[in-house]
Design a protein around this ligand. Structure first.
Ligand SMILES: Nc1ncnc2c1ncn2[C@@H]1O[C@H](COP(=O)(O)OP(=O)(O)O)[C@@H](O)[C@H]1O
Ligand SMILES: [Mg+2]
Length: 426
């Protein structure tokens, strides 16, 4: 925390209350993060409730809980962790350290923790920071203190951008890349209560609006054709809400103009979505242009969707080879095999498809015309259409993997190999 007035060991009252208010006036609004605050004292509960009302917190999902660190650990054993946990602490340092390690067991690695304590102990402060605690603030705290601390973690221009970007692209048109992008975006937002922005980059033919049964008047076209206006307030106006934690930048899906972009067109948009939400999903059309290449070079993860035929195999091989060259220091793109097992369609076997690619698919999704057709015709996601369908479970696993919550642990023993043997038998 930059404000020395409240950091342990700092000099008291370096900044007066008026100064702090001025500092607060200059702060940008906070991004779309989730915060849960566990408070034991009435005073702190009041401060937190007042914080929640501040205009800079308008986009934040903020919840105050009457409780302590143990309450938090019990709660997160069975519910998703937010982006930030604020904990009031009254237990002695040694107990605090033990309780924090219990919390770490049930907490998402990306979750940040701020502790509000009653011990003015600089050693404790250093130990906590060494353990990965973002900040230790000495009680009593003001609204300005709290908002400044949150801002120092999530809006500091020097800090790493908050959000991860995941681009989805098909190895051919019609392989289901958009459908998978939309279901993953929805799954991540719904399973982990994480704010997700879904951007439909297929301006001419995009289907995110149809798949979510929405027809917003504005969307991605305004963002790319008026880059000079693109700030967080303008972005708010362009986003259409699809679910409680999912907002969409819809494509116009109109042919009244052409959409020829250049390498830098999407840069401002990528920059702002990364600063606005923890996860952004980009639905990239099946095209190989300067701008699609630039987007795929820029994002954190690329997911290539393919169906098991020869053209898909050749295109996937070219895409993977080229993307690995373009992103030498990043994770290799992931592969999702889709529409597997379509009746009467000759297919390349899973082994023959994956062997030349030297990659294990992250997910394999069966062809299911009824399920996918019903979902898209009714503007709903697969898990909303049939929560018990195996494909709903596959999308849930994908959401876990793409957000770093699960990995394919042992390729030989994974559910994937079970699926492989099933497919071979079938
Ligand atoms: N596993 C699947 N089984 C059956 N139909 C599917 C499956 N995946 C996608 N589809 C359907 O295929 C069509 C094309 O999907 P879309 O996501 O638009 O592909 P892309 O974005 O790759 O062009 C859609 O009608 C979609 O509902
Ligand atoms: Mg598409």
């Amino acid at each position: 925390m930059s404000d020395a007035a409240h950091s342990p060991g700092g000099e008291e009252s370096l900044i007066d209350a008026g100064g702090k208010r001025d500092e607060l006036q200059q702060l940008r609004p906070l991004p779309r993060i989730s915060i849960q605050a566990f408070c034991e004292s009435e005073d702190l509960l009041h401060v937190m409730n007042d914080c929640a009302e501040d205009r800079r917190m308008a986009r934040v999902h903020f919840r105050t809980v009457n409780g302590n660190l143990e309450t938090a650990t019990n709660m997160y054993g069975s519910s998703p962790t937010p982006n930030l946990i604020i904990l009031e602490n009254r237990v002695p340092p040694r107990e605090l350290m033990e309780q924090l390690s219990d919390l770490a067991e049930v907490c998402d690695p990306s979750t940040k923790v701020v502790i509000i304590g009653h011990d003015n102990d600089v050693h404790l402060y250093r130990d906590l920071v060494r353990q990965g605690i973002s900040e230790y603030i000495l009680a009593p705290v003001s609204i300005a203190d709290m908002i400044n601390v949150i801002a120092s973690i999530f809006v500091d221009p020097e800090a790493e951008p908050l959000g991860r970007t995941i681009a989805f692209v098909g190895a051919k048109g019609g392989v289901g890349s958009s459908t998978i992008a939309h279901n993953c975006a929805w799954g991540i937002s719904n399973l982990f209560s994480t704010e997700v922005i879904l951007a439909d980059l297929d301006l001419a033919f995009g289907t995110a609006n149809i798949n979510f049964d929405q027809d917003p008047p504005q969307g991605i076209a305004e963002a790319v054709f008026s880059p000079e206006r693109l700030d967080d307030v303008f972005l708010d106006r362009l986003l259409a809400k699809c679910a409680s934690h999912l907002s969409m930048l819809a494509a116009p899906s109109m042919l009244d103009r052409t959409y020829d972009f250049n390498t830098t067109t999407f840069e401002p948009l990528l920059e702002i979505v990364q600063r606005s939400a923890p996860v952004s999903v980009l639905d990239v059309p099946h095209q190989w242009t300067d701008w699609t290449q630039a987007v795929m070079k820029e994002v954190d993860d690329v997911v290539v969707t393919a169906t098991p035929d020869l053209a898909n195999l050749r295109n996937t091989k070219n895409l993977l080879d080229t993307l690995i060259k373009l992103r030498p220091n990043d994770k290799a793109p992931r592969l999702v095999l889709n529409q597997v097992g379509m009746p009467k369609r000759p297919e390349i076997s899973l082994d023959d498809f994956c062997e030349p690619l030297d990659i294990e698919p992250t997910a394999i999704i069966q062809f299911d015309a009824l399920l996918f057709g019903t979902a898209s015709n009714s503007g709903r996601m697969i898990a909303e259409t049939d929560a018990k369908a195996p494909t709903a479970e596959t999308f849930s696993q994908l959401a876990h993997i793409l957000t770093g919550r699960a990995e394919i642990k042992n390729k030989k023993k994974s559910g994937l190999s079970n699926l492989r043997s099933l497919l071979r038998r079938g």
